[in-house]
Design a protein around this ligand. Structure first.
Ligand code: GLU
Length: 486
């Protein structure tokens, strides 16, 4: 195995969205290959014709392209072991299934749905897991030929032993043994002639020379059956790297059904792709030190799949947010501005607002771009607010001293010619000094009158500068009126 160049594959089913767990599998498979200058392959697993979703393959291509998980071989790139789309490989699976039938490792099953339903109902009544009873394995060769000739619908099943044990090794989960009595004679070829995932993954991984199979831990329990297939064919068993489940909390898996994170959802919410990839890398792996911020190149250099944990990984939205904030701060102001513009347009219609100034304010204060509109909507229109906002214990403000501060700052605002941060800063603080009050007693009421909000990005000076002289004066006057009528 050591002399082999590493070959990994990402083998998504085109479902139309990219679940965070799938993206992590893709990332780990990519890192494992690239860490050793190996080959990363994309294979589309579309044999479940009922689940076909229009445009779903494009979602896969796009996600891989923008996240930088560039495959070396795949449907769009070709390569020596194509086709790379399972539906285009249909005859291959049948050919290999027949080889197993010839060896007695698989058999045709003609059981009707009614018979299978009855078996299932029986199993349920006995509270046992359903297992096919090998009824059709006992058909003679002639009986099989006859039914095939008569066009009776069939599936092909794996013929598993009922005694003994089967063992397999996983890099992350160790050696796992199961009793063969637990192995279901799983279907290899379905009645529509397509292979099941269970069969196709083994045939393809072998024919495509995959050395390391990277996938979610939900496939662990099927792996003994896959090993039996490899052995039946006389093929080398690949290195298995099953990745731990990604949980929403201690009990629940992160799942699409619960409306949980897909890559597209996160991007739409204003997460940066690099932050998402960085965060996903840490779902089940860490470098063994405290470093948490990694570029894809750094990950390629240091990723060691033997360090993947088997403990379930918890998807922590707070940590993801923090990390996204770190990535936002690494952008230049211009890059940030470019990315923030669509969010400004949602909240600010007033063309007098200098959006570059808003960017200067938000660049260091934003964790997720999608939160921008609610942070800045007050620039556009002063919201209705309650006078209670003026009362702040720590700032030592109440309705009376707030009114006094606003009444003092209004004439000052009217005289300021150079309406910029520094002038506002110096002249307001001068006024504070003259009045002999604490800064907060002046700044809190100004900020409140200008925004009508308890929380704003930036304080009085920044808000006044962005709103401009005329609008700031108008809002201070509104504040004075409200406080007078209190
Ligand atoms: N097509 C499977 C899925 O999308 C891939 C599993 C594997 O990587 O083998 O879950």
């Amino acid at each position: 195995m050591c002399n082999h160049k590493i070959r990994t594959r990402y083998a998504p089913s085109p479902t139309g969205y990219m679940h965070v767990g799938n993206l992590r599998t893709a990332l780990y498979a990519y890192l494992i290959a690239k860490h050793e200058n190996g080959t990363f392959i994309l294979r589309i697993e579309d044999t479940d014709q009922e689940r076909y979703v229009e445009g779903a393959v494009d979602v896969i291509y796009n996600t891989m392209k923008i996240t930088g998980l560039i495959h070396d071989e795949g449907p769009d790139k070709g390569g020596p072991v194509g086709p790379y789309v399972q539906s285009e490989r249909k005859p291959i699976y049948m050919e290999y299934a027949k080889k197993l039938v010839d060896k007695g490792e698989a058999y045709y099953c003609f059981c009707s749905k009614e018979r299978l339903d009855m078996l299932k109902a029986n199993a349920e009544a006995l509270k046992r897991p359903f297992k096919y009873d090998k009824h059709c394995m006992h058909l003679s060769k002639e009986e099989v030929e006859e039914k095939l000739a008569a066009g009776v619908p069939y599936v092909i099943r794996q013929n598993n032993p009922t005694e003994g044990t089967t063992t397999f090794d996983d890099v992350i989960y160790g050696t796992i043994s199961v009793d063969n009595s637990e192995l279901e004679d799983m279907i290899l070829i379905k009645s529509d002639g397509y292979p099941t995932y269970n069969f196709a993954n083994v045939v393809d991984d072998h024919l495509m020379g995959i050395t390391h199979v990277v996938r979610g831990s939900e496939y662990l329990s099927s792996s003994p059956k896959y090993n039996r297939l490899y052995e039946a064919f006389g093929w080398d068993i690949p290195v298995y790297v099953h990745c731990p489940p990604i949980m929403k909390d201690a009990q629940h898996k992160l799942s699409k059904r619960n409306g949980d994170a897909s890559f597209e959802d996160l991007i739409a919410k204003g997460y940066l792709k690099d932050a998402v990839m960085n965060y996903i890398a840490l779902l089940g792996w860490n470098p063994g030190n405290t470093q948490e911020i990694f570029s894809l190149e750094e990950l390629v250099n240091i990723f060691d799949y033997r360090q993947i944990n088997k403990a379930p990984a918890i998807f922590d939205p707070i940590k993801l947010k923090w990390m996204n904030g770190e990535y936002i701060r690494k952008l230049t102001l211009e890059e940030f501005h470019e990315m923030a513009l669509p969010y400004y347009k949602e909240a600010i219609k007033n063309s007098n607002i200098d959006l570059m100034k808003v960017s200067k304010l938000l660049h260091t204060r934003t964790e997720v771009l999608g939160e921008i509109p609610e942070q800045i909507d007050f620039f556009d229109v002063l919201p209705e607010y309650s006078n209670d906002l003026y009362i702040h214990k720590k700032m030592k403000t109440n309705l009376e001293n707030s009114l006094e501060s606003l009444e003092k700052v209004l004439p000052l605002f009217e005289t300021i010619e150079n309406w910029d941060f520094n002038t506002l800063h110096d002249s307001i603080l001068k006024l504070v000094e003259e009045m002999g009050i604490k800064n907060g007693v002046m700044l809190w009421p100004i900020r409140t009158a200008l925004s009508g909000k308890a929380f704003t990005p930036g304080g009085a000076f920044e808000l006044a500068e962005i709103l401009g002289k005329e609008e700031s004066i108008r809002r201070i006057k509104i504040g004075i009126d409200k406080l007078k009528n209190a």
